[in-house]
Design a protein around this ligand. Sequence first.
Ligand code: ZN
Length: 80
Amino acid sequence: MTETLFCYCCRVHHDKSQMRRYPTRQGYRWRCLRSIEAAASSLREREAFGQKQSALNREAAREAAERGLRLRRMLMAAPG
Ligand SMILES: [Zn+2]
């Protein structure tokens, strides 16, 4: 007979070998490795997404600044 523990994350019992003590606001609770890893990888994805977004925002801001500069030069170069 294999020993199982209740996973507070999945709300089901898993094999004890899959379980780790996990710190929560209520104190340490049993949670399976799979749910811990899934949460960690979704956090990494969110962070990667945020970094990509801010890089895109920087790029957009730089392009807008260049467009403004070109426009000003064009207006200054225009006769009259
Ligand atoms: Zn679980």
